[in-house]
Design a protein around this ligand. Structure first.
Ligand code: BES
Ligand code: MN
Ligand code: ZN
Length: 491
């Protein structure tokens, strides 16, 4: 899709769909009135009939029937004036894309209203349009038309293109394929996305200048003594993999390590989950998928940062050879974990990844994991929990998340709760008490990062949309890709 910036007024622009953001209860504002005059009063008539108020998520479509060069006008509700934020523009872009798909429009023009600063809003609008066009149709027998638009024109009379706007356009176009890749990897059925497949896909998609992928098989994993990954894999007929993706640009300011949970299916193991809880458990490699998705875009976005991605991957299934509650894992840093619940497996494999990452002494380590149901209880479906041992790093990630439209909320590493993970016979056990499960999980991870600056994102809630959301159909959301890429472009 081509994204154009234009200095032009609404009555001059020729397009299939002319999107016009309207704030709640401001359908009488001068710009809408002007549009209404051009449309000979028919727009206000329709507004009255339809009760369109500009509430967030609402739209009103009007056919211009030749009174304007644009075929359709779309009013997009932006919500209450004092609640309009950057993400409102992303959602508005997504609404415009959906409406365009409904009427088969190929070209969309979006009016950058005067209450939005073009420098900060064109990026989100473009992202919204791009993100909403995602579909996962390969398992449908009836083909659906592609939703890729030919062009998006972001316009306003007097609009001047600035380098900042150019950069946001480049970032929007640059990050979208990474988000779509992460969504695809999550959406594939769990018998397709095995550890081996994830390794192959990492190799396939992480190509280009500065990027290389190494995939360790079971022998190498044994040789490297990745004890957590081997323990979780014991029940499986599928071999584990340990994926390492390296990005080394010519000029390097900093070194960042990314670690992603890659459980391709989480049945719980011998501590088996109930059927209902298992329905979506193909999502459990979403952290790893986000890292593959983000890193696949680095040759395009070219940050001056060396990035290494570590993805331990296996399924977590029961069998006669599976690890048992009561087993003890001895890690390469010498620490031991008593496994009392095989369903708390994410922390077991992340421990290997974090320990390996920490050995390289990077400037920071960021892990992404669909780690705990407890984090979903705390923060719901739209917000990820973030923990960390260095406040500026956490703050920076939260800021990147806000700009990227991915909500992060900090939860505390309560040192007193270390009591909860004390084992009667090993250094730790892999589960805490009944409460604060997201925190006790994070405390276990912390044992493996040493003193490296570290942030942990528990993305169990937002990694998967249980029903369609504005920017994504039901299924994998690719959560984390956008935040990571914003972070790597600004660290
Ligand atoms: N993968 C799950 C966490 C999860 C749950 C992600 C729901 C997304 C949606 C994780 O491996 C898990 O099973 N966690 C347990 C931990 C418990 C056994 C201490 C949980 O949250 O119940
Ligand atoms: Mn589990
Ligand atoms: Zn899991």
């Amino acid at each position: 899709m081509e994204i154009k910036f234009r200095d032009i007024s609404p009555e001059k622009i020729s397009t299939d769909l002319l999107a016009f953001p309207v704030r709640e209860k401001e359908t009488g504002e001068p710009l809408v009135r002007r549009l209404d005059r051009l449309l000979q009063g028919r727009l206000s008539e329709q507004i009255k009939k339809s009760n369109f108020t500009g509430a967030e998520g609402s739209t009103l479509r009007h056919s211009t029937a030749g009174t304007l060069p644009a075929a359709h006008v779309l009013l997009v509700g932006m919500g209450k004036a004092n609640e309009v934020e950057l993400d409102s523009w992303r959602k508005a872009g997504a609404q415009a894309e959906k409406e365009a798909a409904r009427i088969g429009a190929q070209e969309v023009a979006f009016f950058i209203a005067p209450y939005g600063e073009p420098e900060s809003t064109v990026g989100p609008v473009a992202e919204g349009v791009l993100l909403a066009s995602y579909q996962f149709n390969k398992y449908r027998s009836e083909s659906k038309p592609s939703r890729a638009l030919r062009s998006l024109t972001l316009f306003r009379p007097g609009l001047r293109t600035s380098p900042v706007m150019d950069r946001s356009r480049r970032l929007a176009l640059g990050l979208t394929p990474g988000v779509f890749l992460a969504r695809d990897l999550v959406n594939e059925p769990p018998s397709v996305t095995t550890a081996r497949y994830l390794g192959e896909q990492a190799k396939r998609s992480c190509r280009g200048q500065g990027l290389s992928v190494e995939v360790w098989g079971k022998k190498k994993i044994q040789a490297m003594n990745l004890a957590g990954l081997l323990a979780v894999n014991r029940g499986s007929v599928e071999e584990p993999r340990f994926i390492i993706i390296r990005y080394k640009p010519a000029k390097t300011r900093k070194r960042v390590a990314l670690v992603g949970k890659g459980i391709t299916f989480d049945s719980g193991g011998l501590s088996l989950k109930p059927a209902k809880s298992m329905e979506t458990m193909k999502l459990d490699m979403a952290g790893g998928a986000a890292i593959i998705g983000a890193m696949s875009r680095l040759p395009e976005l070219r940050p001056e940062i060396a990035v290494t991605g570590y993805i331990p991957t296996t399924d977590n299934v029961p069998s006669g050879s599976a690890q048992k509650p009561g087993d003890v894992i001895r890690y390469l840093n010498g620490k031991t974990i008593e496994v009392l619940n095989t369903d708390a497996e994410g922390r077991l494999i992340l421990a290997d990844g974090l320990a390996l990452a920490a050995k390289e002494k990077p400037d920071c380590i960021i892990d992404l994991a669909t780690l705990t149901g407890a984090c979903m209880v705390a923060l719901g479906n739209e917000v990820a929990g973030i923990f960390g041992n260095q406040q500026p790093l956490v703050d920076h990630l939260i800021r990147c998340g806000r700009e990227a439209g991915e909500k992060l909320w900090q939860l505390p590493l309560v040192k007193e709760y270390r009591e909860e993970i004390k084992s009667s016979m090993a250094d730790m056990k892999n589960i805490g008490g009944s409460y604060g499960g997201a925190i006790t999980a994070a405390l276990i991870l912390q044992e493996f990062v040493g003193d490296a600056p570290w942030a942990h994102l528990d993305i169990a809630g937002p990694a998967f949309a249980e029903k369609e959301i504005t920017t994504c159909p039901k299924g994998g959301t690719g959560f984390g890709v956008r935040t990571l890429l914003k972070f790597l472009s600004s660290y």
